[in-house]
Write a protein that binds this ligand. Structure first.
Ligand SMILES: [Zn+2]
Length: 207
């Protein structure tokens, strides 16, 4: 039995508040400049620690930049045991940020694949999603990256990814459209080529 710990230690861990990273002066100055630009006074009491907090928050929002999400699909089970049906992880919540406004994207993803020989622990699909979501994104690319990563690493017969999300840059500014969700999808393999398979997976997802 191999119980060797394979975690990496000493890296930025958002779950460990005691391991708060330093925020360099130039980063804090940039946030002060932004506050001033927005018409506020960065020296008022309520904003004193804001540059440091914002700096750390952005490190966390973009922590996916430090990882290759494919790593979550490295541990594969080759024995599928005759299982030849769709594997679906439905309604996985995520948060990302749009690369055009750095505004929040909040949504749910539905990720499915039809295994050929390789399967992974189901939670790994969510980790792949979060690895790509924790970066500055556009929803179309996020959808494609998640699907491609599963396609390339699990070599399944099909992959289907559907993402529904609300964009802060639409709801909070500009046209101020509320409760509008953007829907993107990527179908690969049998879900692209076979209309019946596509219909089946979409109906399992609730569409
Ligand atoms: Zn935007």
């Amino acid at each position: 039995m191999n119980n060797m710990c394979s975690h990496s230690h000493g890296e930025f861990d958002p779950d460990n508040p005691l391991n708060k990273p330093d925020v360099p002066d130039d980063v804090q100055d940039a946030i002060r400049t932004l506050l001033r630009w927005a018409g506020d006074d960065p020296d008022r009491e309520g904003l004193i620690d804001t540059p440091k907090r914002v700096g750390r928050a952005w490190l966390e929002y973009c922590r996916g930049n430090q990882e290759d999400p494919a790593i979550h699909l490295a541990r594969i089970f080759e024995e599928v045991g005759g299982y030849e049906e769709i594997v679906l992880l439905k309604g996985i919540p995520f948060q990302s940020h749009c690369e055009h406004h750095m505004a929040p994207i909040t949504g749910k993803a539905h990720i499915a694949y039809l295994p050929a020989k390789k399967v992974v622990g189901i939670s790994k699909l969510a980790r792949v999603l979060h690895g790509y979501a924790n970066r500055l994104q556009v929803q179309e690319r996020l959808t494609a990256e998640v699907a491609d990563c599963i396609w390339n690493n699990l070599e399944p017969r099909g992959v289907a990814v559907v993402i529904e999300a609300e964009h802060g840059c639409m709801t909070g500014r500009g046209v101020k459209v509320h409760e509008v969700e953007m829907l993107t999808s990527r179908m690969m393999g049998c879900f692209l080529e076979d209309a019946a398979s596509r219909k089946e997976v979409l109906s399992l997802m609730g569409f």
